[in-house]
Design a protein around this ligand. Structure first.
Ligand code: BES
Ligand code: MG
Ligand code: ZN
Length: 485
């Protein structure tokens, strides 16, 4: 499905309509039939704060209750997104091509935009590969009537929101794609196509180029695989960019993580390891959104892409490899592969004299165990203000973050007898020691987002959906705009 939002002045009769109610029932638009069931709705909403379907003469109306703004604004916004999600699920029964959304005049623009965002993101479904069951991929035109006298809803805002949601869908698609549909060469082609479409430049480095760059981490991880690694460099450099040196985004692109010779045992973790390119998927979606919306920011994406296979050509525990930076690393666990490929990309980023580097990676089970699916574990060396800003945006888009420390003492966890450092720091503080490993390779302002849990959900409970969520796309889109424009 593709969803388009457009601004309309007035409601039209008979088209199916979502009605975002105000607090009193006197303001019901006159375009609705006189049979509008006021008293039964009042009864229903007294018990339930959820949307309900009304069948008027020849019109379907999805009535959404008024939510009194009693709590913090960001919680209110999330409630509106979830109302949008609930309506998206109700729509599935109706197969519509056109829908209107009418907001009572007391609703704020923020709450309406959040509702639309939840409606859009909640409508996502993955287009099955090679299946005829793709009925849900048609077009839904959504016309929005916003009569609030104090605020104006511009068509352009709706278009930007549509593009941002498209970008989240794109990231979800990439992460949901089966591993055999996104081997590094195929993902490289896909990145080139998306660059053409959205308007960013792409360079796909092959194994020879990666060797020339001496990216020992990426080469080491990929040496077990039949499939050659790639390193993708995405550049979005609009003429009117407000920053001279780039904001660099680094995304972990492990297309499938078997674990290498430290093979993942059991199936529960293994079967979701196609999502181990979630960071890469987010960077692609984010750059797509920035470029398509012509955001005047100079941004570079760096994506080391490989799988972490098992074979007799692969790394074994005890091996020592030399990274792009020259640092030697003892591999104590081949399942700690993400940090190895990320470190080479972070080292390369030094050459770009970045304004800020943000990396995203489904990096550790430790982050999953620590805070579960409800948030992103992050670390970094930037000033406090920037971190607090990121957390604030995180609450606003409801992709919340928790900071973990990078205390000096954790460095000792990575001491090795045979190399400069080892790749894994033992069983304590796993998310932190992974962050500490990455920190070794940076000399600029840097934020590290471990999205292992929220990038891919085991069950659906909201507009985030089941499986791939696109975590980080909305967060960093808003963060970069707010911080750097
Ligand atoms: N891709 C995994 C991390 C992961 C776990 C992502 C669960 C999503 C869900 C990563 O490569 C990994 O295997 N990490 C190991 C590190 C360990 C060997 C120190 C882990 O967390 O178990
Ligand atoms: Mg691993
Ligand atoms: Zn991994």
């Amino acid at each position: 499905m593709q969803i388009f939002f457009t601004v309309r002045e007035h409601l039209s009769e008979s088209t199916p309509c979502v009605y975002l109610l105000g607090e009193n029932f006197d303001a019901i638009p006159t375009t609705f039939s006189d049979n509008f069931p006021v008293s039964s709705l009042i009864n229903f909403f007294e018990k339930e704060q959820t949307p309900t379907t009304i069948f008027l003469d020849d019109q379907v109306v999805f009535a959404v209750p008024y939510l009194a703004p009693t709590e913090e604004n960001y919680i209110q916004k999330e409630k509106m997104r979830n109302q949008g999600f609930l309506v998206s699920q109700m729509l599935k029964k109706h197969s519509l091509s056109k829908l209107q959304v009418f907001a009572d005049a007391i609703l704020t623009k923020d709450s309406v935009l959040c509702f639309l965002e939840g409606l859009n993101l909640g409508s996502y479904s993955y287009e099955k590969k090679g299946s005829s069951e793709n009925y849900f991929r048609d077009t839904l035109q959504v016309e929005v009537v916003f009569p609030n006298e104090n605020e104006i809803l511009e068509q352009e805002e709706l278009e930007r929101l549509t593009t941002l949601c498209d970008a989240v869908w794109l990231t979800r698609d990439l992460v949901n794609d089966p591993p055999n549909f996104k081997k590094s060469s195929l993902l490289g082609q896909k990145i080139e196509e998306l660059g053409q479409e959205a308007g960013f430049q792409t360079e796909i480095w092959d194994k020879e180029r990666i060797k020339a760059e001496k990216m020992g981490g990426l080469l080491g991880v990929s040496q077990a695989s039949y499939e050659d690694p790639i390193f993708a460099k995405l550049t979005y450099s609009p003429k009117d960019a407000t920053n001279d040196t780039p904001i660099v985004l680094v995304g972990k692109g492990v297309t499938f993580d078997i674990g290498g010779s430290n093979i993942k045992t059991g199936t529960s973790a293994l079967e979701i390891m196609k999502s181990d390119m979630g960071g890469c998927g987010t960077v692609i979606g984010l750059m797509y959104a920035l470029a398509k919306n012509n955001i005047p920011l100079y941004v570079v994406g760096l994506l080391p892409i490989t799988d972490n296979a098992i074979s007799n050509k692969g790394l074994v525990p005890g091996d020592v490899i030399t990274m792009r930076s020259g640092t030697t690393v003892e591999i104590t666990n081949t399942d700690g592969e993400g940090r190895l490929i990320m470190a080479d990309a972070l080292d390369y980023a030094k050459e770009l004299a970045p304004e800020l580097v943000i990396d995203l990676a489904t990096l550790t089970g430790s982050a999953v165990r620590a805070i579960g699916e409800e948030g992103i574990v992050f670390m970094g060396n930037t000033d406090e203000l920037l971190k607090r800003n990121l957390e604030k945006i995180g609450r606003d888009v409801y992709e919340r973050l928790v900071e973990f420390p990078l205390w000096n003492e954790y460095k000792d966890y990575l001491k090795s007898d045979v190399a400069d450092i080892k790749n894994v720091g033992g069983s304590f503080a796993g998310a932190i020691t992974a962050g500490k490993f990455l920190e070794h390779f940076v000399d600029y302002d840097w934020l590290h987002l471990d999205i292992a849990a929220p990038a891919y959900l085991m069950k659906s409970s909201s507009y985030r959906g089941k499986s791939a969520t696109g975590t980080g796309v909305r967060l960093l889109y808003h963060f970069l705009i707010e911080k750097f424009l």
